[in-house]
Each structure stands twice: as structure tokens, then as C-alpha cells.
Design a protein around this ligand. Structure first.
Ligand SMILES: Nc1ncnc2c1ncn2[C@@H]1O[C@H](COP(=O)(O)OP(=O)(O)OP(=O)(O)O)[C@@H](O)[C@H]1O
Ligand SMILES: [Mg+2]
Length: 326
């Protein structure tokens, strides 16, 4: 991974470690574009052809949208994942590079196709059809110790799409932590509804970033406070995203709450991933919980102003206008 620039660092041994890290965030994730169709997108079968208002090929995949959001805030971000040398793979690599995400550790494979999501977009709601392709094939072994040693923090998203990564993820997070990295996870929704496999994983997650429904499903309660308390028993920091309702967070008994911004909303694609980028910016920089949460909701809300996940992701100075002074 190529170093982009060095950041100021704070103290002692941690300082020495961070000075040796060329990357703030390593993202182990899925790579696919989104084809976003908007308008009257309800499909009519029996070979009916309907016309929609717009069609945009954009950066897709939760992990890549997150990586782009974090790089836009100024973090040094590297990505490990799989794609093919096909049009969708080439599109994604070019877009990631143009947004300063280091793709030198992406594995370009010839034994599969790059995945694709088709998003049928109706404002705040959407249906998603995904062809996983190589998305499902990344394994924990692809995230080598050499890669981990170059980073301060490891983030994983789209847990349920990355089926080959799932069994090795507790071990990968343990390996990362042993090498001095912190870890974070955004599962996104479990299409099977089973929500299994987390007993070994959650205790290895330093920062857990579910949305409200995901938090409820995992904690077995529809009470926000109880859900937050329950998840905080396993993870050091938990932030629960609540769409237009903003977000709540806890860390070691401390609680925080932040309202969403009022924005001229175009679509909410990737709002959760942009939120994650903002929250982890604060976490990595040792910010207070409330300040990290304010930056997170600002990043999430501002990202909804343009179509797709990345077009309206804010730079740090823009997002900081919505963060109270420390
Ligand atoms: N309708 C909205 N208006 C304003 N801000 C929003 C809206 N929807 C989402 N956001 C912002 O984005 C953040 C994360 O959104 P959300 O709760 O939808 O996450 P998510 O469900 O994980 O999203 P994703 O679909 O990307 O996985 C919210 O905390 C809020 O700051
Ligand atoms: Mg989400």
C-alpha cells in the first residue's frame, strides 16, 4: 500500500506505532457498482417495458462507499477486496483511485465476475437486486498480517454478503487486535433473518455500527435503550443509526444522541456508510463520543443530497460546520 501522507500523532508507544502506519483505515470489503434506476421502478412482468426517470452507474457496495467517505474526510484509506478485470471491476477501481482510496491490495481475479447491485429507487425507500459475483469470495486469509501491520484500524461491512469471510472474521479481528489495530463492523441487514454467528465476533468488535432494525434483531428487543445497553456489553463502542431520527451511541456507560440534519434529500443510498466514516474519523482521532456522533450524523445526512452513495459525501471542513466545538 502506498503512503499518502502522515498525520499528527499523540503520545508514547501509540505515537511510535502510528508513525509507522502508512494507513489509518484498512477496509476488507466487497466491490461492486450500483446501477440506480429512479422513478416508477416497480417492475411489471409478462414482458412489459416501463420507462424510468433516470439511470446512473455509480460507486456501489457498502465497504467502498465507506472507504470513499473516510478518504474524503482526509483519512488515509486502503482497501483489500476482490474484483475481476471486467467493465464493472475497472469502473470501480478507477472511481476508488480517483477518490484517493488505495487499491494496490485489491486482488483482481480471473475466476469470477465483479458483482453488481441494481437499485430500484423510490426516494427514501428502495429495492436492491444484487449479483454477488466475487463479492462473496474474499477470505480472512486474503487480509494478511503484512497488510494489517500497515494500518491503525480495520473496518468490515456487508457481513452477510461476504460469506467466505464470515467464518474467519473472529480470527481476523483477533489477529488485527493482537497487531495493535482497533476493529469495527457494520453488518447491514441479514436477509436470512437468522442473525447467527455473532457470539464469537462481537467481543472482537471495538466499534459496532448497526442501524436501528439491525440492533433490534441482534439484541432481541425493540427498545432502543435496552438494545444499546445490550450491545455495549459486547463491544467497546456502539452507535445505532436511526435514519431521519439521527443516531445514539454508548461507550463504557457514557451515552450520546444526535439529531439528523434537515437536508434536501435526493436518496439515502449509502447514508449509513457515510455515517460510519464520520464516526470512525472521530474514534481514530480520540474524540469524545458526542463529537464523533455529531460528525457521523452530519456525514450521513449530507451524503443524501445527491444520487448514490459518494457524490455528496462531505469534506471535513464542510461536515465540521455541524459539529459543536469541543
Ligand atoms: N431521511 C434522512 N434525512 C436526514 N438524514 C438522514 C436521513 N436518512 C439517513 N440520514 C442520515 O444518515 C445516517 C445513517 O442513516 P441510516 O439510519 O439510514 O443508516 P443505515 O440504515 O445503516 O443506512 P444504509 O442503507 O446506508 O445501510 C443517519 O443517522 C442520518 O444522519
Ligand atoms: Mg447500514
Amino acid at each position: 500500500m502506498a503512503a499518502r501522507k502522515n498525520r499528527p500523532v499523540w503520545s508514547g508507544l501509540v505515537t511510535i506505532y502510528y508513525m509507522n502506519s502508512s494507513v489509518d483505515l484498512l477496509v476488507a470489503g466487497e466491490i461492486n457498482p450500483d446501477l440506480i434506476l429512479s422513478g416508477n421502478v416497480d417492475p411489471a412482468f409478462s414482458q412489459v417495458e416501463k420507462l424510468v426517470d433516470s439511470a446512473d452507474l455509480t460507486i456501489g457496495s457498502s465497504s467502498v462507499i465507506f472507504a470513499c467517505g473516510a478518504a474524503r474526510l482526509g483519512l488515509r484509506v486502503a482497501f483489500v477486496g476482490l474484483c475481476a478485470a471486467d467493465p464493472f471491476g475497472r469502473f470501480m477501481l478507477a472511481e476508488m483511485n480517483s477518490r484517493h482510496v488505495d487499491t494496490s491490495s485489491v486482488l483482481v481475479r480471473s475466476d469470477g465476475q465483479t458483482g453488481l447491485s441494481v437499485i430500484l429507487n423510490r426516494g427514501v425507500d428502495r429495492a436492491i437486486l444484487t449479483y454477488p459475483g466475487l463479492v462473496a469470495a474474499l477470505t480472512a486469509a486474503d487480509v494478511t498480517d503484512d497488510l494489517l501491520r500497515q494500518a491503525r484500524h480495520l473496518h468490515v461491512a456487508s457481513y452477510f454478503l461476504q460469506t467466505a469471510l464470515q467464518p474467519g472474521l473472529p480470527g481476523l479481528f483477533a489477529r488485527a487486535q493482537a497487531l495493535g489495530l482497533s476493529t469495527s463492523l457494520d453488518t447491514n441487514w441479514d436477509p436470512s433473518g437468522a442473525w447467527s454467528g455473532f457470539d464469537d465476533l462481537l467481543p472482537r468488535v471495538d466499534v459496532f455500527l448497526p442501524n436501528e432494525n439491525e440492533a433490534f434483531a441482534l439484541s432481541g428487543t425493540n427498545d432502543l435503550e435496552l438494545s444499546l445497553d445490550h450491545l455495549c456489553e459486547f463491544c467497546k463502542v456502539v452507535a445505532i443509526k436511526m435514519g431521519a431520527g439521527g443516531a445514539v451511541a454508548c461507550r463504557a456507560g457514557e451515552k450520546a444522541k444526535a439529531p439528523a440534519l434537515k437536508v434536501d434529500l435526493i436518496d439515502t443510498v449509502g447514508a449509513g456508510d457515510s455515517f460510519d466514516a464520520g464516526f470512525l474519523y472521530g474514534f481514530i482521532n480520540g474524540w469524545r463520543l458526542q463529537k464523533s456522533l455529531q460528525l457521523a450524523v452530519a456525514c450521513g445526512s449530507l451524503s443524501t443530497r445527491k444520487p448514490g452513495g459518494t457524490a455528496a459525501q462531505p469534506a471535513l471542513d464542510e461536515a465540521m460546520q455541524y459539529v459543536s466545538p469541543a
